[in-house]
Design a protein around this ligand. Sequence first.
Ligand code: HEM
Length: 201
Amino acid sequence: MPSLSNSPLDLFISRAEYYAILGRDKLDSFVREHYIFVAVQLVVLSSFFFWSLQQAYPIEAPHRTADMDVQAKAADLAVKAADATVSAPAGDQKELDPPKDTPFSTEELAKYDGKDENTPIYVAIKGRIYDVSAKRDMYGPGCGYHVFVGKDASRALGKSSLKPEDAVADWSVLNDDEKKVLDDWEKYFQKRYNIVGRVSQ
Ligand code: HEM
């Protein structure tokens, strides 16, 4: 038979249990009755907690490391290399020839369409004719940009279009954005290709 002890410690424990249960029930009913208040308090207290945490251990922007400097320099060099590639004359030429003003009729210009391997390939932009033979792989028959050759293709370049019906000289129909695109292409061709003449009509 278990012995019932009434030692002061046992009395203390049973009292403590009693008050713990009473406290729990009171807290329970308080939370149920004032749940909005409790929720607001929780939000306020947790905000205060995180605010104190931030004060004690501020989060700082990471310091630049040597690695990041190397990465930034590498990115810079890559951009410069890409720019030098597209700004340089196409093919083996180190420097472009002085521009020529030789007049070509549209019929004459049409002969330079890359169909004959021994004839240069010409593209005209805003009346100036560029020799794009160095990029036969792009402008030759069956290649992606063949639509521009043997003619003035200003409108198509401005419209970023590869449609044959757009590959015509009249660029007056372009809107301002398209005119800007055309001007950018013109600058690009001026850096890349020799100017061999102009369209005479
Ligand atoms: C999916 C669409 C296109 C892709 C992925 C693309 C891709 C390229 C690439 C990679 C080059 C550089 C080639 C090199 O220098 O070796 C290039 C050049 C060029 N692209 Fe496109 N292109 C696209 C559409 C167009 C369109 C719609 C036009 C119409 C105007 C266009 C006109 C040109 C021209 C004129 C060049 C310059 C070629 C040269 O260096 O003489 N491209 N394109």
